[in-house]
Design a protein around this ligand. Structure first.
Ligand SMILES: [Ca+2]
Ligand SMILES: [Ca+2]
Ligand SMILES: [Ca+2]
Length: 365
């Protein structure tokens, strides 16, 4: 009893420390108090084997909601905070190639309990999570299958990065036997996975077409956005040069798994000379939990004097000769260098040469 009070005190203290840290350090997460997680969209993939003749092995997909009950976090002796969990409801429907429509439900008679546990003391995520799952598989066939169940739990485990565990996939590869209503062995669940569908957009690249751009001229900037989640999304992306917004893309639309390039030309007129770090931010969509990948920062580009094609802050013979030697080139040409294309028109010609020569001798500052 004293021991339990000690643990309760420890948990309490931990939650206070967590609250304090979360207030001063925005990136510290803390496990929530007891509650219920309703995950509307989850997808189970089961390698199903039915014995007898004709028997078969197939991969069955079923989708639907799963609801989990969570306890308050507690701190055991190993100082890795943990949470007791239980699947209190699950209804997944699908269509078996061999036996037609099926419904998988949480067993009405046996509890599917589990745990969430910190991998390292004091660090909530990544966390280990598992459920020992008992199910019923309802088929439309009265004989010989009817409703199947397992007697030994399917130990489904995952590494999770949030609560609820959006984007994570619980998995178990061992064979668990299935029995019919009269407890006769009829088949087995082999490799089984259960994925919690997630909203997750990300920026995976941003790049400028050149390293040095003459003040007042343009540079092409390409950003790559991807939808790593399970739903179609519509979202906005803002592009920054340092802290200044240099472009906005509203209503970027991507289906699950799709990616797109967001291209624009940044006109540097009105921007002070200096280095600009390029970054892109995809504004999180509703219920998105992994937002670390919504921001992508690239190395800097330099806005400099027109004609300073090597970015050293002065226009001298090196710049003039560089442009002259690349004369007549274009993207793909062996002598092409985007930094020499002063007016950003995709070719290096007299216009670029004159703009460089006209500024000969200028230095910055
Ligand atoms: Ca994201
Ligand atoms: Ca120079
Ligand atoms: Ca040009």
């Amino acid at each position: 009893m004293t021991h339990n009070i000690g643990l309760a005190k420890k948990a309490c203290l931990l939650m206070l420390v967590c609250a304090f840290l979360a207030a001063i350090v925005p990136d510290v997460f803390c496990y929530p108090p007891a509650g219920i997680d309703y995950m509307e969209y989850t997808t189970a993939t089961i390698e199903l084997q039915i014995y007898g003749s004709p028997g078969f092995t197939e991969t069955l997909t079923a989708t639907g909601p799963t609801t989990v009950n969570r306890s308050d976090p507690t701190v055991p002796e190993d100082n890795r905070t943990e949470i007791d969990t239980e699947i209190i409801s699950m209804t997944l429907t699908g269509n078996s190639p061999n036996i037609g429509p099926i419904t998988i439900i949480q067993s009405p008679s046996k509890a599917s309990t589990g745990k969430i546990k910190q991998q390292s003391p004091g660090q909530d995520f990544p966390a280990d999570s598992y459920f020992d799952v008992y199910i019923e598989i309802k088929t439309k066939l009265l004989y010989p299958l009817g409703t199947l169940h397992n007697d030994v739990p399917k130990h489904m485990s995952a590494v999770i990065y949030s609560i609820p565990p959006s984007g994570s996939t619980y998995e178990n590869l061992t064979t668990i036997y299935l029995f019919d209503e009269s407890d006769s062995l009829v088949g087995a669940m082999l490799a089984t996975r259960h994925h919690v569908d997630a909203h997750d957009i990300a920026i995976i690249d941003i790049a400028g077409s050149k390293a040095f751009v003459g003040q007042g001229y343009g540079i092409n900037i390409t950003t790559m956005a991807i939808n790593q989640g399970d739903f179609a999304e519509s979202f906005s992306v803002t592009i920054y040069g340092n802290e200044t917004v240099i472009a906005t893309f509203a209503d970027v639309i991507l289906s699950s798994g799709a990616s797109t390039h967001l291209n624009f030309t940044w006109n540097t007129a009105g921007f002070a000379k200096g280095n600009y770090t390029l970054s892109a931010y995809a504004w999180p969509v509703e219920n998105e939990t992994d937002i670390d990948n919504n921001n992508f920062t690239d190395s800097w580009i330099k806005v400099t004097i027109v004609g300073d094609v090597n970015g050293d802050g002065k226009v001298n013979l090196i710049d003039v000769f560089s442009v002259a030697l690349a004369f007549g080139s274009y993207p793909g040409h062996p002598k092409w260098n985007p930094n020499y294309d002063i007016n950003n028109d995709g070719k290096i010609n007299l216009l670029d040469y004159f703009k460089t020569a006209l500024n000969f001798g200028k230095t910055d500052p």
